[in-house]
Design a protein around this ligand. Structure first.
Ligand SMILES: Nc1ncnc2c1ncn2[C@@H]1O[C@H](COP(=O)(O)OP(=O)(O)O)[C@@H](O)[C@H]1O
Ligand SMILES: [Mg+2]
Length: 254
């Protein structure tokens, strides 16, 4: 069982007026097969955590450790992290002009699997995965994220998740911008991947809405750059009723 261990993680962002500490000692352990929801107010550092785990160059780790099965993730390049099985679905995915969804997926799968998937089985695999996500086959020929609606961006990310089969999936605000139907389809995709038992999921969200569809094993409250409380799914219900007020009093929350 793969295990991602985050210990006392401190991260600064390179802002215009110099470095600013955003993560102030994050501790979190995610095992394959587990689903952890990280919930917190806007500006508390949730996306910073996601980007730091994926190796985004704007974020500087100033302390702590991140390991995947004992291997130092922080020493790995972005590509090496992906190959090791860490997947990030970003809150704001970027456009990749001139690269079709179909080529992008095949290139990613080749990089991660270590060899190009056999064309015939691959085409079938992609078609089935797209079908399950109610995606039009013509979508595969569009350029990555170019002019995608919010729902299309998220479906595309879940499509990657289904095809790339990571060990650890970090989903940053996967519910944002989705209408109820899209939310259901995307959640079903996450649940399909989850039901294999092969993926550990870090589900980052501001709202409890998606947790009606994806039941987390653990819920963590994130405030002011660290986890301030952990519990089971019932903690999400409490947040739904009470909000984040009691966690951010006196703390900085933008
Ligand atoms: N690239 C950046 N440049 C400057 N400030 C940043 C950058 N990324 C994040 N921040 C700041 O870090 C804080 C946490 O942001 P973020 O991680 O996006 O929070 P969340 O995802 O919880 O809403 C915010 O105050 C934000 O303005
Ligand atoms: Mg965010």
């Amino acid at each position: 069982m793969a295990t991602l261990e985050i210990h006392d993680l401190h991260v600064s962002v390179d802002a215009e007026n110099g470095p600013r500490e955003i993560l102030k000692g994050v501790d979190l352990t995610i095992k394959q097969g587990e689903t952890h929801a990280v919930m917190g107010p806007n500006g508390s550092g949730k996306s910073t955590l996601a980007y730091s785990l994926a190796g985004h160059p704007k974020y500087t780790v100033t302390g702590g450790t991140v390991t995947l099965d004992g291997e130092d993730v922080l020493e790995m390049s972005v590509d090496e992290r992906a190959r090791a099985g860490v997947f990030l679905a970003m809150q704001y995915p970027v456009e990749v002009p001139g690269v079709s969804v179909s080529n992008f997926l095949r290139t990613s799968a080749t990089a991660i699997r270590g060899e190009a998937p056999k064309l015939r089985t691959w085409v079938k695999e992609v078609r089935e995965a797209m079908d399950q996500l109610s995606m039009d086959p013509a979508f595969a020929e569009r350029n990555v994220n170019e002019g995608f609606s919010g729902g299309e961006k998220k479906r595309h990310e879940i499509l990657q998740l289904e095809l790339l089969k990571p060990k650890i999936a970090i989903l940053d605000e996967t519910d944002s911008g989705l209408d109820v139907d899209a939310l259901r389809i995307v959640s079903e995709g996450v649940n399909r991947v989850r039901s294999t038992g092969d993926v550990g999921t870090l589900l980052i969200t501001h709202y409890t809405r998606i947790l009606r569809y994806i039941k987390p094993d653990y819920v963590h409250v994130f405030a002011n750059g660290r986890i301030v409380e952990s519990g089971g799914a019932e903690l999400a219900d409490q947040l739904e009723n009470e909000g984040y007020d009691k966690y951010v009093k006196g703390g900085a929350s933008a």
